[in-house]
Design a protein around this ligand. Structure first.
Ligand SMILES: [Zn+2]
Length: 119
């Protein structure tokens, strides 16, 4: 259980944006953002701030406890994006669509778990 102080620290550090897709929590009025364990507790992850990330509902569900995914194009096993280790600007691209203010395009679309791959 993440206490309210830790939750606020994670929210502040992330600028209230999902650390996987950069969606701001104000732009997702339907769901509360999650405090996500980058390395899931079942894999030995802890509640330390360095292991916590702010994630939108969709990305938290996609990632789940996974640490890797299969790239459907290359069929290679790839590490998932880790917001504490990887630079998001190298992994995420933004585009505009008539369906909404933006759609996100990143390697996550290719990965089995829909998360971007690391280098
Ligand atoms: Zn997200």
């Amino acid at each position: 259980m993440i206490d309210s102080l830790t939750r606020e620290q994670v929210l502040q550090r992330a600028g209230r944006r999902c650390e996987y897709c950069l969606l701001h929590e104000d732009d997702d009025p339907l769901f509360t953002f999650h405090i996500e364990h980058i390395i899931a507790k079942q894999h030995g992850g802890t509640d330390a701030l360095s292991n916590l990330a702010l994630a939108c509902h969709q990305d938290n569900l996609r990632k789940g406890p996974n640490l890797t995914g299969i790239d459907p194009v290359t069929r290679q096993l790839v590490r998932l994006f880790n917001p504490r280790r990887h630079n998001g600007s190298k992994h995420f691209r933004w585009a505009y669509s008539t369906d909404g203010p933006y759609i996100r395009k990143n390697c996550s679309e290719r990965s089995a778990s829909a998360m971007t791959r690391a280098q």
